[in-house]
Design a protein around this ligand. Structure first.
Ligand code: FRU
Length: 463
């Protein structure tokens, strides 16, 4: 197994588990001066199995410290896995709500702590009540919040294993819960069979519901109102096209900002994963807001700028068409702005070999209003995904294209004008695939800055 330093694909400023497998972020919160992120974890192998809750914390969203594992399956409600859930401070006590999984059924469980480090399961508080049309295995991922003097819990489910829905529970004290009704049921058959990891929060004067769509259809958001304990959607959109990121979960920071994380899965075959010994990463924390048209806006949390090192030297080629700028790196934060004067494509290429045999191209085509991560040549390996990742982006008249690209070894997050994010994975094989460039096919002006990025795991021992 390679050390982190030797591993060309292991991210440095995106959170990965100390070893083995990570999937959903869970129980995100802020408590006594620290941010806490729990996560679906299998420390024993880089594959999904007998899922536990890993835990890390940070004072500044920049440096993360590994904490003891919070939850491990035990005989009873969670015998086969401690599935996803959320964190709340209930009557002064840190509390985790999570799904207890056994091969037969799913129920909602509770664990409490006095120090955030050791957690005591509370089997007497397990919630089993569910509507008759929700199957035993379609009932998971409790998200708990307070509103209007009540505690509410939203649970991911399916109406008759046909349509995704989010169920609403209510409690006066965060301890005794009663089922109310569906908070919201999928308006469209194209939005999957089960909704996983529902997350429901206020953003400005609106409410946002995000859901992860099973099977494997990515993540979706709805913006609307919460009235009479029901959600009324007014607009909606795609969160991370092509399921590049999944299981989004947000929290409110002490200063009122809404921060969101999601799971970035591997897109390579298991033998490659086994050889490296780890699987999956989390997105950077994203700050969310709504624009005037109620579109969800997202950008990397400002705190990440603390990880920027010196600016990377950027060389101008002197050309006015084709490749304009050139730089290198595989652990970068890149900001590029294009002012487009015609309908020709503009592009940023990263992780390119000098002979072009490997290259990943981030391309905007104004005519098609399409941003694409072109992965056809992103790797010489046939054991990794080469599918393009595509998102719709319509620029307003005269609006420049602004790309913020977080490249972290095999992780690529592309934010465009704060309203589209393409998250994906790329696995170049050649040590010299570190070349990056900015190019334009027609008449466009461009500016670019890039910084090398530091590690978020300074304290972690690497083997
Ligand atoms: C989403 C999910 C959740 C579940 C967890 C299990 O990725 O399937 O619905 O709780 O992962 O690890």
């Amino acid at each position: 197994m390679p050390t982190t330093d030797q591993d060309m694909h292991r991210p440095r400023y995106h959170f990965t588990a100390p070893s083995g497998w990570i999937n959903d972020p869970n129980g995100i919160g802020f408590y006594q001066g620290r941010y806490h992120v729990f996560y679906q974890y299998n420390p024993d192998a880089p594959r999904w199995d007998r899922i536990q809750w890993g835990h890390a914390s940070s004072a500044d969203l920049v440096q993360w410290r590994d904490e003891p594992i919070a939850l491990v399956p035990s005989p009873g409600d969670d015998a086969d896995g401690c599935f996803s859930g959320s964190f709340a401070v209930v009557d002064g006590q840190p509390t985790l709500y999570y799904t207890g999984y056994t091969l037969e059924r799913q129920v909602q469980c509770v664990a409490t702590s006095s120090d955030m480090l050791s957690w005591t399961k509370q089997p007497a508080r397990t919630i089993r009540e569910r509507p008759a049309d929700v199957h035993l295995q379609d009932f998971r991922d409790p998200y708990v919040f307070q509103h209007g003097g009540w505690w509410y819990m939203v649970v991911g489910a399916s109406a008759d294993h046909a349509r995704g829905q989010a169920l609403l529970y209510r409690s006066a004290d965060g301890v005794d819960w009663a089922y109310r009704h569906p908070l919201f049921t999928s308006p469209l058959p194209t939005l999957g069979v089960v909704w996983e990891c529902p997350n429901f929060f206020q953003l400005g004067d609106k409410w946002v519901l995000t859901v992860s769509v099973w099977p494997n259809l990515g993540a979706h958001y709805f913006v609307g109102r919460f009235a009479d304990e029901r959600f009324i959607a007014e607009s909606d959109g795609v969160l991370d096209s092509d399921s590049g990121a999944f299981a989004h979960l947000a929290m409110q920071a002490p200063d009122g900002r809404t921060l969101q994380w999601a799971w970035i899965k591997e897109q390579r075959e298991q033998p490659l994963i086994d050889a490296d010994g780890w699987s999956g990463a989390l997105t950077v924390p994203r700050e969310l807001s709504l624009d005037a048209q109620q579109r969800l806006q997202m950008r990397p949390a400002a705190a990440l700028q603390a990880l920027r090192g010196a600016p990377v030297p950027v060389a101008a080629t002197g050309a006015t068409r084709g490749e304009l700028l050139h730089f290198t790196g595989r652990c970068l934060d890149i900001e590029a702005t294009f002012t487009l004067h015609d309908h020709h494509k503009v592009a940023l290429t990263v992780l390119a070999a000098p002979d072009g045999s490997e290259a990943t191209r981030i391309e905007y085509w104004p005519d098609a209003r399409r941003l694409t991560v072109v992965r056809a040549r992103s790797s010489l390996s046939h054991q990794v995904s080469h599918q393009n990742v595509v998102g719709h982006l319509e620029l307003d008249a005269g609006e420049p294209l602004h790309l913020r690209v977080l490249l972290d070894h095999s992780v690529l997050e592309v934010y465009a004008n704060q309203r589209l994010c393409l998250t994906t994975r790329v696995y170049p094989t050649l040590a010299e695939s570190v070349h990056a460039s900015l190019s334009v096919e027609g008449h466009a002006e461009a500016t670019l800055q890039a910084w090398g990025m530091g590690s978020i795991h300074l304290d972690r021992q690497t083997t």
